[in-house]
Design a binder for this molecule. Structure first.
Ligand code: GLA
Length: 686
């Protein structure tokens, strides 16, 4: 797999003791409980088909490109004989590697050495077993495995799949330089509709453009991260990672999932090589807590009884498939001792006590923190062991083994909401700036509505669990109000939007990044940007810039940056215009890739780079433009400059161009706050 930057890519025992109780009491004081704003309206690509998260099997994790019809048919047979079909697994999805070329009319040609009977034969076979059939393609010119992609062939591909009887299409994001996610996935989604066959679209752009914010209705599920790896917590240099890290990246995405539209933390690694049985239990349980699509990724034909028992555990699957369709949220994380909760349709709460540490630990949850009255008896059922435990009056306490999980379903007497408040009762915000505000809600399980009294002054969008993003649009005052569905509590926060304090002629452009902010105080610019990257052909970043003509140089000191993503960037840029695929040259500091000089020579074309030594902040940067030649320097004191490198573009920029400071977080769902001072832009004589 290749990712956007030119940088390479793809049970416990139940008991108690006094010390623990004391700890519980002191920890309870500092608990900040969160709540999930639930939405009951059903939207989606084909909502009726994915009221609960899709379940199935996909060939990639176990077989990668070494897939063929024999393997698939054996898996299909085993799905039925080993009880997976009965447990709810439906879709049999062939991932990358089935396609080989296109005929003169553009129709995709199946690799006949691997699939001699063709794909329709397989789809028919799958259907004859009462299951559904899925296939893989890619938005780009090629798939990640180098096979023909669907770019420009979406209509004919959707028609072909419909003809074959496909029910599910996973569409990947390799070889897409210059393309935009929402546009490309919409093309396929429309092609699917036009084909007349309801085929679920599984969006796989690895979370790079925060698909949860736009993909509902276009697809049924969307990957939220780079590829899952067969390990507990490894991280690959190209971005792949173990399930514990993937879980982390999904912890704040609950507001965007629901019936018909699901966050997809990737296919299961349960039953592959590396995870221990304990880790497989935990991985599976946590995917169910996330209301994740359950797509098995192991060899079903050869799996052992332990793995089989995990994959078909009825009461664990029932959490995932609960009709409310609420994605679970984490209510506590104490150095790897994580407590998650998921409200269920019957009024009970599923609770997962997950221990990602290396030693066994006592873990607990209180009735109060999951929305029930303390002091009134609550029932507890162990969902792995499928047995009722002794009821509790306030705290469920158990020992959880290393890397293990205990999953219980608790039901008590519902407590009314007692606390609803914003973390800041009033906010001053400069025009064009953004800020996050959080709500504290106790107990934590209640649907809330949050509105802005004047969207023209400050608009509000969901930005995570109980977290909202304010965007200051026009000077004035407005009130942000939160109320709960029971209607007996409300909270408000006064927002005062002040004039922007950025001195003219500077101007903030959020290039495809609706999270950009900037402010100025005593010679220091603070610029905050989100944005997937300045790379490929579709930049997203914050750009504080001014217009210049002919030749000039810019210099500034980069004081600090907050984002630690290896490829987050903070630096100086010359740019022809503020379109996302404009030509540019920039010199940036990155957290783990040193100073990088990057440029795009042709509008819409891909980018180039040269990396230099790892800098220490603060560092002075200077970039000059003389004709078509751009020269980059760095300095520790702003007096003695080291020449870093030179870039010569093929054509001159237009006479007028933009020059300024650039900030990107390298992920559209995180932010990078950077500070610059000693900023100077100087025209150069011709
Ligand atoms: C990407 C996807 C994977 C898999 C491979 C196939 O890496 O994210 O899930 O489909 O491509 O090449």
């Amino acid at each position: 797999m290749t990712i956007s930057n030119g940088d390479a890519l793809p049970k416990g025992k139940h008991g108690s003791n006094n010390r623990i109780i004391r700890e519980i009491i002191s920890m309870k004081k500092i608990l900040v409980l969160v709540l999930l704003a639930t939405q009951t309206v059903v939207f989606g690509q084909f909502p009726e088909l994915a009221k609960t998260p899709p379940m199935g099997w996909n060939s990639w994790n176990a077989f990668a490109l070494e897939i063929n019809s024999k393997i698939v048919m054996a898996v299909v047979d085993s799905m039925v004989s080993k009880g997976l079909a009965e447990a709810g697994y439906q879709y049999i999805v062939i991932d990358d590697g089935w396609q080989i070329s296109r005929d003169e009319k553009g129709k995709i040609i199946v690799d006949s050495t691997r699939f001699p009977e063709g794909i329709k034969y397989l789809a028919d076979y799958v259907h004859s077993k009462g299951l559904k059939f899925g296939i893989y393609t890619c938005c780009g010119t090629k798939t990640c495995g180098g096979k023909p992609g669907s770019y420009g062939y979406e209509a004919i591909d959707a028609e072909t799949y419909a003809e074959w009887g496909v029910d599910f299409i996973k569409e990947d994001w390799c070889y897409t330089d210059g393309l935009e996610t929402q546009t490309q996935y919409s093309i396929m989604s429309d092609a699917i509709r036009a084909s007349g066959r309801p085929m679920l679209l599984s969006i796989c752009e690895w979370g790079v453009s925060s698909p949860w914010e736009w993909a509902e209705g276009i697809g049924t599920m969307w990957r939220t991260t780079t590829d899952i790896q067969d390990c507990f917590d490894c991280i690959r240099d190209w971005g792949g990672m173990g399930w514990v890290h993937i879980l982390e990246k999904n912890a704040d995405l609950a507001p965007w999932a629901g019936p018909g539209h699901w966050n997809d933390p990737d296919m299961l690694e349960v039953g592959n090589q590396a995870l221990t049985p304990v880790e497989c239990h935990s991985h599976f349980a946590m995917w169910c807590m996330l209301a994740a699509p359950l797509i098995a990724g192991n060899n079903i034909s050869t799996m052992n009884d332990t793995i089989e028992a995990i994959l078909i555990a009825p009461e664990i699957i029932a959490i995932d498939q609960d009709p409310l369709g609420i994605q679970g949220i984490r209510i506590r994380n104490n150095n790897g001792l994580q407590v998650w909760q998921k409200p269920l349709n019957d009024g009970s709460i599923a609770v997962a006590l997950l221990n990602v540490t290396k030693s066994s630990a006592p873990m607990f949850v209180t009735l109060e923190e999951i929305g029930f009255k303390n002091g009134v008896s609550g029932s507890v059922r162990d969902l792995w062991e499928r047995r009722d435990l002794v009821s509790i009056k306030d705290t469920f306490l158990t020992e959880v083994e290393p890397h293990g999980v205990v999953v219980v379903k608790i039901k008590g007497e519902k407590a009314p909401v007692s606390v609803l408040k914003f973390d800041q009762p009033s906010i001053d915000l400069n025009k064009d700036n953004h800020k996050l505000i959080k709500l504290t809600v106790l107990p934590s399980v209640t649907p809330i509505t949050v509105t802005s009294s004047n969207e023209d002054i400050a608009s509000i969008t969901i930005s995570g669990v109980n977290t909202y993003r304010l965007a200051a649009k026009k000077e004035g005052t407005c009130t942000i109000k939160a109320s709960i569905s029971e209607g007996n509590l409300s909270a408000s926060c006064k927002v005062l939007v002040l004039p922007s304090n950025i001195p003219l002629p500077w101007r903030l452009d959020d290039i495809k990044d609706d999270k950009a902010s900037a402010s100025y105080e005593n010679g220091t610019f603070s610029i905050e940007g989100g944005g997937a990257d300045i790379w490929g052909g579709n930049d997203q970043f914050a750009f504080l810039n001014r217009e210049m003509a002919n030749d000039s140089y810019i210099l500034a000191r980069v004081i600090s940056m907050t984002n630690t993503d290896p490829w987050a960037k903070t630096g100086l840029m010359f740019r022809e215009n503020n379109t996302p695929n404009s030509r540019f040259v920039m010199i940036s500091v990155t957290p783990a890739n040193g100073i990088t000089l990057q440029w795009r020579d042709a509008s819409g074309g891909s980018c180039n780079k040269r990396d230099f030594s790892v800098p220490e902040l603060p560092v002075y940067l200077k970039l000059s433009k003389i004709g078509d030649t751009f020269t980059a320097y760095k300095s520790s004191n702003g007096i003695i400059w080291d020449l870093l490198g030179e870039v010569i573009l093929t054509d001159l920029f237009a006479e007028k161009y933009l020059v300024g400071m650039e900030v990107v977080s390298h992920s559209s769902h995180s932010l990078n706050l950077s500070k610059f001072d000693n900023v100077k832009v100087t025209p150069l004589e011709k």
